[in-house]
Design a protein around this ligand. Structure first.
Ligand SMILES: [Zn+2]
Ligand SMILES: [Zn+2]
Ligand SMILES: [Zn+2]
Length: 338
């Protein structure tokens, strides 16, 4: 009998993992669509001090915290924790751990009950505040790294600029949604966007590419822009006495955050360079080359990973395949247009 209880005790002490609330697993995430998994790079917001997982103490009642006396046989154990049967009677269970919730430690949210400590130490859905654990699939916003349970995604809007799904932001021109981050970023550069053009030109110069003059305009959908076409380069050419003169206007969608703006600008600027190169490209080749240029520009300027992934994992097949095709030619950017 003694050996048995010793064995039982060891089992309970050695196997606390069985009752721990594990964080959400990869299998639980829904990385489909524009929101890609960025677990490794996304900076988590400063984590508040969360209660530590209390160690399993099989000799103390999980609910009333008083000592159990196993000899008297009224202890009850489940998943390593033990409690007086009378204490557990009628108690609500925690939606995270499944264990009875100790007295005065209950939180109720959206019809679910949680043990306070378990609730505070688990990652939450940014919309509902519910823990991600045991609530089905969720999406990960690639810019901010915040997570949204799939069942609450319909309450969010997708930011035109960064693709994050959130509730906080602004509606532009009654049609476009911009998350607060991107709207704020736009407000800091909108009157001074030319500085990014100067930087893109510096990049082109460093790659021994031409740096034509262009007119830069920040515009809305009325200029022919859309959620997928965030930029547009219009080129006019006039040939007189055998000499061709080009004028370029680049339109870029308003309310993009600065990283997206710069990526789009580098893409459109390459269209201007291609237009005056005289080189014949298919649509896929020219879009691919502009994407490749933007890709190298973003890498050189240490753009955030999600911006680079909008190029490498572009939802639009033509752009993605064009990018891969031109990248696969292993040429210097300047040699593509020779
Ligand atoms: Zn008790
Ligand atoms: Zn955004
Ligand atoms: Zn393009």
């Amino acid at each position: 009998m003694k050996t048995r209880s010793l064995l039982m005790f060891l089992l309970l002490v050695c196997l606390p993992a069985a009752c721990q609330c594990k964080g959400p697993t990869r299998g639980g995430s829904d990385a489909s669509g524009p929101m890609t998994e960025q677990r490794t790079t996304v900076k988590k917001p400063a984590v508040k001090k969360v209660p530590q997982k209390e160690p399993v103490n099989p000799s103390r009642c999980y609910i009333c915290r008083r000592d159990l006396n196993p000899k008297k046989g009224y202890g009850y154990s489940e998943r390593g924790h033990r409690w007086h049967l009378s204490c557990a009677k009628g108690r609500q269970r925690c939606a995270i751990s499944g264990l009875p919730i100790p007295r005065n430690k209950m939180i109720t949210l959206r019809g679910l009950t949680f043990y306070e400590d378990d609730y505070h130490r688990t990652e939450k859905c940014s919309v509902s505040g519910l823990p991600l654990i045991n609530q089905g699939r969720y999406k990960i916003n690639s810019r901010s790294g915040t997570k949204v349970l799939s069942k609450f995604v319909h309450l969010t809007k997708r930011c035109v600029s960064c693709g994050d799904r959130t509730q906080e932001g602004i509606i532009v021109n009654k049609r476009r949604f911009s998350c607060q981050f991107c709207a704020d970023s736009y407000n800091t550069y909108k009157t001074n966007a030319e500085k990014f053009l100067v930087d893109v030109q510096a990049f082109f110069r460093s790659k021994e590419l031409p740096t034509p003059e262009i007119q830069l305009k920040i515009a809305g959908f009325e200029a022919g822009l859309s959620e997928t076409t965030k930029g547009l380069c219009k080129t006019n050419s006039v040939t007189s006495r055998g000499k061709t003169t080009y004028t370029h206007t680049i339109f870029i969608l308003s309310h993009l955050n600065q990283d997206t703006f710069r990526a789009v600008l580098a893409h459109e600027y390459m269209h201007a360079v291609i237009a005056r190169s005289g080189k014949e490209f298919s649509n896929k080749e020219s879009e691919g080359l502009c994407e490749l240029t933007s890709y190298f520009y973003c890498l050189s300027r240490k753009a955030p990973k999600y911006v680079i992934e909008t190029i490498t994992k572009n939802e639009v097949t033509l752009y993605r395949e064009g990018f891969e095709m031109m990248k696969g030619r292993y040429l210097e950017l300047k040699d593509h247009i020779k």
